[in-house]
Design a protein around this ligand. Structure first.
Ligand SMILES: [Zn+2]
Length: 428
């Protein structure tokens, strides 16, 4: 059974009407139940009845991660007995933030992921090997699981890491689809080759990627994407979501950005002044997830920088598409007059074919400017790597060799589910 939304192929008016209905339910629910937003609207002298149409959204002040952290309990709209699941953000940029979900929120999450997986062409005929975390309060692994089973696909909850166990799953169950962090998909493919197995002959026909960009800002396949595709000889699908948004953006087979699920989210892309940017321009992703019951949000500033593409897609859907996350808002580094995001450095390291551990550290110099050091393993040809990075980044970074244990100790020293390869020690 395919779970595709018929309205995604209809006119912009049909989608707008659908969103308007969902928005009205959302704002009424929030005005009735959320003490955080009751207070926020009162402070800003906004009558919730004046927010009846979706176009009034920009009247509402933004909600930030700091709000969600400091006033977490005030976002809760339900009693403890209605809560069925606690999840947290990854904590990559500080303390993990808790979100409490109701039974209805879980159903919404399953619908969201069933839609997303359908966008990649997943059906009940598929068997999916999920190699992401399925525990540790992580939402994405659970969402994939629920969405896949809702479609009727078979799921192998393989979890993260353990290459031999992944191989065992591939041999036993012949999965058709792999869900993985892109760098892990590459690692697994190379491991299979080392075992004398051709990854393209395993039966895996699709790889759904989470957590790392596989396209450039112009939506072309980046080096990581190309390497995975060469190894596995199958198409890759990018997905983007976050715990706070509880909604995924997933690519169709044309790979031109993740499609918005209009019944589940109102999306804005804003500049540093909070104003909407032009289509295709880089800005911050601001999410208003619709239909959330436990801890609903309005205009949540994700801190993720991306571009929105609104031209109709070759697949026939007219829903807008979100390009790759090009950086985190607070992480922009100004180096000798050039602005770069750590993600660009990570991508440049991939381009340079560097596959060992590394850590990127930013500090503030006494004169107040940003300083950046990249540590790579001490067996690296620093001169050759520096040349490639300078070419890609258009600025020469400071590159040092360090022993592997020092690098690993730094990237694993944080209270985070995933290794933290960018350490920001800048002031202010
Ligand atoms: Zn499409």
């Amino acid at each position: 059974m395919s779970e595709n939304n018929p309205q995604d192929f209809e006119s912009k008016d049909v989608i707008h009407q659908l969103q308007q209905v969902e928005w009205q339910k959302h704002i009424k629910y929030i005005a009735d139940n959320s003490s955080f937003y009751q207070e926020l609207l009162a402070q800003n002298k906004i009558d919730s009845k004046s927010l009846w149409v979706m176009e009034s959204l920009p009247k509402i002040p933004f909600t930030t991660k700091a709000d969600l952290e400091a006033k977490n309990e005030q976002f809760r709209c339900v009693d403890q007995k209605q809560i069925v699941e606690y999840v947290t953000t990854s904590g990559t940029l500080g303390e993990p933030i808790t979100l409490a979900l109701t039974k209805q929120d879980l159903e919404r999450l399953a619908h969201n992921e069933a839609q997303s997986l359908s966008l990649c062409g997943i059906t009940e005929d598929d068997t999916i090997l999920i190699t992401t975390t399925l525990d540790k309060r992580f939402m994405a692994g659970m969402a994939y699981y629920m969405g896949a089973t809702k479609i009727g696909a078979a799921v192998i909850r393989s979890g993260i890491g353990d290459l031999h166990f992944q191989l065992d799953n591939i041999k036993r169950y012949q999965p058709t689809t792999l869900i993985a962090v892109p760098s892990f998909a590459l690692k697994l493919g190379q491991f299979l080759q080392d075992q004398g197995i051709d990854p393209s002959q395993t039966g895996i026909k699709k790889i759904i990627c989470i957590g790392e960009a596989i396209r450039s800002s112009g939506l072309e396949a980046n080096t990581l994407h190309q390497k995975i595709q060469t190894t596995w000889q199958c198409p890759l699908f990018s997905t983007y979501a976050s715990t706070e948004m509880a909604t995924a953006f997933t690519e169709c087979k044309y790979g031109q950005g993740g499609h918005l699920l209009p019944e589940l989210m109102i999306l804005e892309i804003v500049d540093e002044h909070g104003e909407k940017v032009a289509d295709g321009e880089l800005g911050e992703v601001v999410a208003t997830p619709l239909g959330v019951e436990g801890m609903p949000l309005l205009r949540y500033k994700t801190g993720d920088m991306a571009r929105l593409h609104t031209a109709p897609c070759a697949c026939g859907r007219i829903t807008p598409r979100l390009g790759p996350i090009e950086g985190r808002k607070g992480q922009l580094i100004k180096l000798k007059g050039t602005s770069i995001y750590p993600q660009q450095i990570e991508s440049a390291l991939h381009d340079a074919n560097y596959q060992n551990p590394y850590v990127i550290e930013a500090t503030t110099l006494s004169i107040g400017t940003d300083h950046l050091v990249i540590s790579v393993t001490d067996d690296t040809n620093l001169e050759a790597l520096s040349q490639i990075l300078t070419e890609k980044l258009r600025v020469k970074p400071e590159l040092y060799g360090a022993d592997v244990s020092t690098i690993l100790a730094k990237i694993r020293a944080h209270n985070s589910r995933k290794p933290v390869r960018f350490i920001d020690l800048r002031q202010g």
